[in-house]
Design a protein around this ligand. Structure first.
Ligand SMILES: Nc1nc2c(ncn2[C@@H]2O[C@H](COP(=O)(O)OP(=O)(O)O)[C@@H](O)[C@H]2O)c(=O)[nH]1
Ligand SMILES: [Mg+2]
Length: 194
């Protein structure tokens, strides 16, 4: 799959600002600093479309990127940033829940974890949410360029055990390892009926 065009179209802080055109959507979610923006940018082969941020937890909007005039990449604000206030956390939860519960055109959710660490309780909670809303999901385990082959094997086993799925793609935004596999999944989910 080739990215011919990628356009930022909306930063929604309320469901009323979600796009209304019904194109299929692929959502990306994960804790702050996990490498979500880097994943989006490396998949699309553009730098700086989704901002890679050194101040995690700041973006509280859901960002929509229109790809090839055909479907959306949806960037959810990262979770688990320690310094976020209670109030921010509550607003985050409500916005995300609204999005996941009501978005009929959501075809695939991509849950991003850091290959170097065991998935956190918040990652497990996100996975439970996705299952609760009966949303098909895929785990992308990123930053594998920082691990040896042996460590990568251990990491895969740990993600499988903790999140209870084998639908895991090891990934690196630096080498783009795993990019074709992720694109195959995205392509398949867009053409499939939910
Ligand atoms: N080595 C390596 N570093 C990565 C990778 N993905 C992200 N990073 C780094 O991890 C940090 C957080 O990345 P970012 O994409 O901003 O995370 P986000 O907060 O989830 O959007 C940045 O310093 C990135 O350069 C990866 O696959 N490999
Ligand atoms: Mg980011």
């Amino acid at each position: 799959m080739k990215c011919k065009s990628a356009k930022f179209v909306a930063a929604a802080t309320l469901p009323t600002s979600f796009p209304k055109d019904q194109r299929p959507e692929i959502v990306f979610l994960g804790r702050s600093n996990v490498g979500k923006s880097s994943l989006l940018n490396s998949l699309l082969g553009v730098k700086g479309l989704a901002r890679t941020s050194s101040t995690p937890g700041r973006t509280q909007s859901i960002n929509f990127f229109l790809i090839n005039e055909e479907f959306y990449f949806v960037d959810l604000p990262g979770y688990g940033y320690a310094k976020t206030s209670q109030e921010n956390r509550r607003a985050w939860g409500q916005l995300i829940e609204k999005y996941l519960a009501e978005r009929k055109q959501l075809m695939l959710s991509i849950l991003i974890v850091d290959a170097r660490h065991e998935p956190s309780p918040l990652d497990i909670q996100m996975k439970s949410w996705l299952q609760h809303f009966e949303l098909p999901f895929l785990v992308v385990s990123t930053k594998i360029d920082k691990l040896s082959a042996n460590e990568q094997r251990k990491s895969w086993q740990s993600v499988k055990k903790v999140l209870g799925t084998e639908r895991i793609i090891p990934y690196s935004s630096v080498t783009r390892e795993g990019a074709n596999q992720v694109w195959d999944e995205i392509r398949a989910s867009i053409t499939a009926k939910r």
